[in-house]
Structures are given as structure tokens and as C-alpha cells.
Design a protein around this ligand. Structure first.
Ligand code: P53
Length: 485
């Protein structure tokens, strides 16, 4: 049984839903210079906003203006929480102003008040893939140590303003994703860095990660100074890696691959660098900019819980070397398809048991509370207008219901059988939004369909899918009725 008061909801991020990119005094963010792509064509990062290019995040799903209506739908499903992020450039348009933008702060006051009025608790990520572009232009993003203080100013401003309304926080979304060197948008959105422009991209990655660790730890301590009851978590992408076979070379390679997640959780949960990382820095001869004060800050700012996204598992085979340049699914040349598991239309492996595996891995290693803050499947879907006219569902998304039910069942096993301390579950893209990796509307995740298409057509109106009623029942029974059997 999931605990009483288990947090059921959904997850979105400011840049993928809000739109209104130039309203309310907002400055440009790194997400505003990413073009639209597709499953086969990568998004590009342009030098500023160029005419003739299409930037889907400028419009999102217009949540900035339509959030009341969306929150009504979430409340109807019975959400007890909603995860979203604060657009940093709404609060500090260029990133380094001395004072925050009151209009931006007021928007999130209205949004959080509207959630609370409906019994929906806000769960907030400070930096979800969108730092102010000004910080990239003037500081080179997170390669500059001064970003620590600028982030802290942003974090402290948010804690002080919203503490009574927002109890659950996370610092950096999927902080480990920037180690995915196959696709430049990861380091760009996390850190404002184009890794290929650096002589030693890996060293640069570790340096920016270090500054973010310090910033995150200082933010945890700052939140607790404002109110010891605030819960601040890390947020990592928990796509763990399996060995392709019982060949010990595959097993060791998979263990190494898991370090790309553990490296981040080790530092943020334990407050110190793990041995394997320090050895690596020595071996490579990297003299990273790490001070004694930094290390003290890490130790004093360990997180209260582990927030993580789970979409898929990975599999590696030591004697396989593949071409990953065109792949949105494989981020490492040793990755192979798992012969036991199906895949989504975007090549993402479907593996419900992998969620239980992730929960157990974190529990055994840290024993901290956990929060599944993203999980879901992107599908191609079409609005069934006739069905809607007849009072039915916009889409019969049985595949999504099956996917989510399977994952919730494994999550319940992790709680009931394995004793994992699980706080809540917020499926990704509870309302259709702009995909991060491809910039498409066509990759849909929602319980709610949004009538906006990649060719610019659509009314922007919202419609319930079959999964809407299904998830409502799941929440009403606290996960007992998964309705798929
Ligand atoms: P989209 C993997 C690869 C890319 C992004 O992704 C990811 C992950 C998860 O391990 O991150 C999250 O929209 C991210 C969201 C994003 C979501 O996955 O490309 O936190 O912002 O939208 C889904 O299908």
C-alpha cells in the first residue's frame, strides 16, 4: 500500500508549457534559441533568435495564460500535487540583476495560489533546462564560478517569497544528463555550454558539474535557513544500465555506466566526492577548481530526498561500437537494444521493472526518501473530433494506460516488498507539451490532449483522453485499482 497522503500528480516544466516568452518582463533563456526538430532531425541551437527559424518553446501550450483551465482539469483528476519549474529569466531576466523582476515573481504567486486553491501542492524545480541566455553570453554559462552566487540569489529569492506556499523543491533538473555528449542540447540546456567548443569537453563537464553541486548544496542550506520544514531534493535521470550478457566484461561496463548517475547522487546525497571520481580526476591529470570551502559546502548541504525521472533502461555490450550521432535513444557507442524489451516510437526502451530496479538501487545506496517526478511514454496521437462531439474521449490511449499501470505496479512492489520510502509519483507531461529532445508537439505524453500541431495548426484547446478517467480512478483508490486487469 502506498502511504496516506501519497502525492499523486503530474509534471511539466516552464519552458515546455508556459509560452509568453517575451511577456511579463521575461528575458531570453537557453530554451528560446533551440529550433524544432523531430525523431530523425536534431534540434539546433542558434546564435540568438533568428527570423525564419521556428522556436516551439516561445509558444509552448500557452500555459502562462491558460493555467486556470488546466489546473481545473488536474483537480478533476484528483491531483494532490503538480510539479513545474520556475523560469529563471522571468525572475532575473538577464541573470545578474541586483533585484528580481516583480512581474515574474507575481506570476508564480498567482500560479501557486491557484494550485493551492484547488488542493494541489506545488513541487518546484528551480532550474529545469532554462538558464537566462544573458548568463551564457556574459559568463560562458556554468564554466564560470560566479554562476554559483547568481544561482543562489535566484534560489534564495524564490525560497523567501514562496516558502509558505511551496514545500517541495528540487535544484537542477536531470543534472546528470549533461554527461550525454552525443547530443549538444543536453549540456546547453543544463549549463549553457557547447561542449564541442571546449578543448577537453569531459574536463569541462566535470568542472561545470562541480559548480552546480556547490550551488545546489548552498541552496539546500539556504532553504533550511528560511524554513527547516522545506524539502529540497536533487533531480537525476535514473536510466540505469544493464549488462547485455553475463560476460564479466559486459557486467563491469554496465557498472561503470551506472557511475554516470551515481556520481551525481553520491555527491548530492552524501556530500562528498566518491573515490572512483577522485581517482579518475587524478588519472586524467585534471586540476579542477575545487576549494576547501566548496567541499565544506557540499558536506553541509546534502539533499532531503532523491527526485528522479524514469523513462527507460539502457543496455551495454563491451564488444559493440555503434554510431550514435543520429540517435535520440542511444547516448553511448556501447549501447545496444535489449532483446527482452519493446521500444516506443522514439526508440526508448519500455521497461516497468526497471523502475523498481532504480528505486531499489537508490534505496540500498542511500536509504533516503524518493520521489518519482517523471515517467511516461511519448506517442503519436490524433484528435478524434467525432468522438469529442459525441461526448467521448479525444484519444483512446490504451498504450499509455498500459505503460503507466505497469510502472505503478512495480512502484508498489518496491514499497510493499522492498520497503522503499516513496513520497509521490508525477507522470511527465500530464498535459501535452513541447518535447524536450525533439521540440515537437507530435510527441504527446498527456492525459489531456492539446490541439496544437507542428505545422502551426490547431485551436490550442484542451480535451480529455481515455487515460484521464483512468488516472482519476487510480488516484481515487490510492493506486489500488490500476484498471488494466
Ligand atoms: P522528451 C532522456 C532523454 C531526454 C530528456 O523527454 C530526458 C530524458 C529522461 O531520462 O529528460 C526528461 O520531451 C526531461 C523533460 C523531458 C522529458 O524527459 O524529449 O526532464 O524536460 O521533456 C521527456 O520526450
Amino acid at each position: 500500500m502506498l502511504r496516506d497522503g501519497f502525492l499523486w500528480g503530474g509534471a511539466v516544466a516552464a519552458h515546455q508549457v508556459e509560452g509568453a516568452f517575451d511577456e511579463g518582463g521575461r528575458g531570453l533563456s537557453v530554451a528560446d534559441v533551440m529550433t524544432a526538430g523531430s525523431a530523425t532531425e536534431p534540434r539546433r541551437i542558434t546564435d540568438g533568435v533568428l527570423t525564419g527559424e521556428r522556436y516551439p518553446n516561445h509558444k509552448g501550450i500557452d500555459f502562462y495564460h491558460r493555467y486556470e483551465e488546466d489546473l481545473d482539469l488536474f483537480a478533476e483528476m484528483g491531483f494532490t500535487c503538480l510539479r513545474t519549474s520556475i523560469s529563471w529569466s522571468r525572475i532575473f531576466p538577464e541573470g545578474d540583476e541586483a533585484e528580481p523582476c516583480e512581474e515574474g515573481l507575481a506570476f508564480y504567486d498567482r500560479l501557486f495560489d491557484a494550485m493551492l486553491a484547488r488542493g494541489i501542492e506545488p513541487v518546484v524545480t528551480l532550474s529545469h533546462f532554462e538558464m537566462p541566455l544573458g548568463l551564457v553570453r556574459r559568463y560562458g554559462g556554468w564554466t564560470d564560478r560566479r554562476l554559483i552566487d547568481l544561482f543562489l540569489r535566484f534560489a534564495e529569492t524564490c525560497f523567501a517569497r514562496y516558502a509558505p506556499k511551496v514545500r517541495w523543491w528540487m535544484t537542477f533538473n536531470e543534472i546528470n544528463n549533461q554527461f550525454n555528449t552525443a547530443n549538444p542540447i543536453f549540456a546547453w540546456t543544463n549549463s549553457g555550454v557547447v561542449l564541442s567548443e571546449h578543448d577537453d569537453p569531459e574536463r569541462t563537464m566535470y568542472q561545470v558539474a562541480h559548480y552546480q553541486f556547490v550551488a545546489s548544496a548552498l541552496a539546500v542550506a539556504a532553504a533550511h535557513r528560511v524554513d527547516p520544514g522545506l524539502k529540497v531534493g536533487c533531480m537525476v535521470a535514473a536510466d540505469f544500465t544493464y549488462p547485455y550478457s553475463c560476460n564479466p566484461s559486459d557486467v563491469l561496463m554496465a557498472q561503470d555506466a551506472c557511475h554516470s548517475t551515481y556520481f551525481f547522487t553520491d555527491v548530492m546525497c552524501r556530500g562528498a566526492y566518491p573515490h572512483y571520481a577522485r581517482r579518475r580526476f587524478e588519472r586524467e591529470g585534471w586540476e579542477l577548481d575545487v576549494t576547501g570551502d566548496d567541499l565544506a559546502a557540499l558536506a553541509a548541504g546534502t539533499v532531503d530526498y532523491i527526485g528522479f525521472s524514469y523513462y527507460m533502461s539502457n543496455t551495454v555490450r563491451f564488444d559493440h561500437v555503434g554510431d550514435i550521432s543520429e540517435s535520440t535513444a542511444h547516448s553511448d557507442e556501447h549501447m545496444v537494444d535489449n532483446p527482452y524489451l519493446p521500444q516506443s516510437d522514439w526508440g526508448w526502451t519500455i521497461d516497468p521493472q526497471g523502475l523498481r530496479y532504480a528505486l531499489r538501487c537508490f534505496d540500498e545506496r542511500y536509504g533516503l526518501p524518493q520521489f518519482v517526478v517523471e515517467n511516461g511514454i511519448g506517442l503519436f496521437e490524433e484528435l478524434d473530433r467525432d468522438a469529442v462531439e459525441a461526448g467521448g474521449w479525444a484519444v483512446e490511449d490504451d498504450e499509455r494506460i498500459e505503460f503507466l499501470a505497469g510502472h505503478i505496479r512495480e512502484m508498489e512492489q518496491a514499497v510493499d516488498v522492498d520497503g522503499v520510502d516513496l513520497v509521490g509519483y508525477t507522470p511527465w507531461g500530464c498535459i501535452d507539451l513541447v518535447s524536450f529532445t525533439t521540440g515537437e508537439y507530435a510527441k504527446r505524453y498527456g492525459f489531456v490532449y492539446v490541439d496544437t500541431n507542428d505545422d502551426g495548426s490547431g485551436t490550442g484547446d484542451r480535451f480529455k483522453k481515455k487515460s484521464f478517467d483512468w488516472f482519476k480512478r487510480v488516484i481515487a483508490t490510492n493506486g489500488a485499482d490500476l484498471g488494466d486487469r
